[in-house]
Ligand binder design. Sequence first.
Ligand code: 4AD
Ligand code: MG
Length: 461
Amino acid sequence: MTTARIKDILAASPNEKEITARGWIRTARDSKDFCFVELNDGSCLANLQVFIDKKDSRLAALLPRLSTGASLEATGALVKSPKPEQPVELRARTILVRGEAPGEYPLQKKRHSFEFLREIAHLRPRTNTFGAVTRVRNALSFAIHSFFQERGFLYVQTPIITASDCEGAGEMFQVTTLPLDKPPLIGGAIDYAQDFFGKKTSLTVSGQLEGEIFACALGNVYTFGPTFRAEHSQTSRHLAEFWMVEPEMAFCDINGDMDAAEAFLKYIIGRTLEALPEDMKFFDQWVDKGRLAMLERVVGSTFTRITYTEAIDALLKAKEPFEYPVKWGIDLQSEHEKYLTEKVYDNPVIITGFPREIKAFYMKLNDDGKTVRAMDVLVPRIGEIIGGSEREDDHEKLRARLRECGLPEKDYWWYLDLRRYGSVPHSGFGLGFERLVQFVTGMQNIRDVIPFPRAYGSAEF
Ligand code: 4AD
Ligand code: MG
């Protein structure tokens, strides 16, 4: 007797050998002489049909316990299924019911709304959609590591708790052990010298700055970890806790950065399409029709590259009534990004040369003194999926930018040191992992592509 995952069982030939399958009942159909149980174990989308002959009185006695949601171990011969759409089924000899699921089990209906499923995040991994999302997350993560490992990048673990604000946007969650009802004061302000780390600390918004330290010693590195932003956003593409992939490359300029981002995105999507054909067909059929063809097109495409100024010109020519008015200098909104990638270029778009005022302090200033070597990668339906830049590698220019952005130099002394000792041109980018999962699956809301979403006003589980 062997125990196998259902994915492997379904791929096996009906050799009449005895096997054991384990999983959770999706549905049980009862007829006069037989009962059919659809068993799922999460290894794939498809269920294994377990055939139960009611003439066997021991099995028949179990039927009242075989309800949707119950867990069981079924042992029996793997035989040819009479149904053409499934090659094999398990003819049960013995069944061990591990855990019953009474009638109030919430996942009875075939389809529930994603909003409802969010309220039962402890059970939604047992649905087809969330199971498939979880397998896509896994395949994408594996492809991300493969891409970088095949190219000699080192995986570096950057800290979660940090004393510096990478994006300088002040959207950080503070980490403290000071008593919130009675914090120690010094001159009317909170005395952080008495806090756990002896200074004010927060959860990181990005691993980039620490990634730069390692790139400026080891060449090419990447981090892939959780990041946190205290943005009061309630949109379908913002989370307060999300995962980010951030490569950082020494001796690399903005053009090398764009090349890397494009090759990376095409590789990881292509790998996932290859690895999970069944799950991808499911998303194409049930979540967003045409998604598969669109993704295949993206994998085979050459991304359109334009400047920020060209993007603004294209938007100014648009007939579209945008909610946010367009003029040179604005930060592009999601509606603008989607319009550019879906309507104007019908292709993934990389925009470079953003006004310095709307971008972070670390981005390298262009010779025009007005724009920085930033790049955003936009994809249809999502808008910005990647943000990156060439980094300012000139010590004095960086000091000036810190001052301009109102960031205290003393907090960034080590970052400035990288520009004092053996400074090199270097570049990197950040891919929002959940936005990527949305893009691949077609799922509308970012809260439905992460196991336990944390967003403004919501952190159940
Ligand atoms: O453009 P961002 O803010 O760039 C950085 O953090 C850089 N330090 C990255 C780097 O150069 N190493 O964020 C990068 C990406 C965005 O393009 C977006 O996909 C995602 O992170 N992102 C979010 N995803 C979900 N929820 C949020 N609140 C997000 N904010 C950014
Ligand atoms: Mg950005």
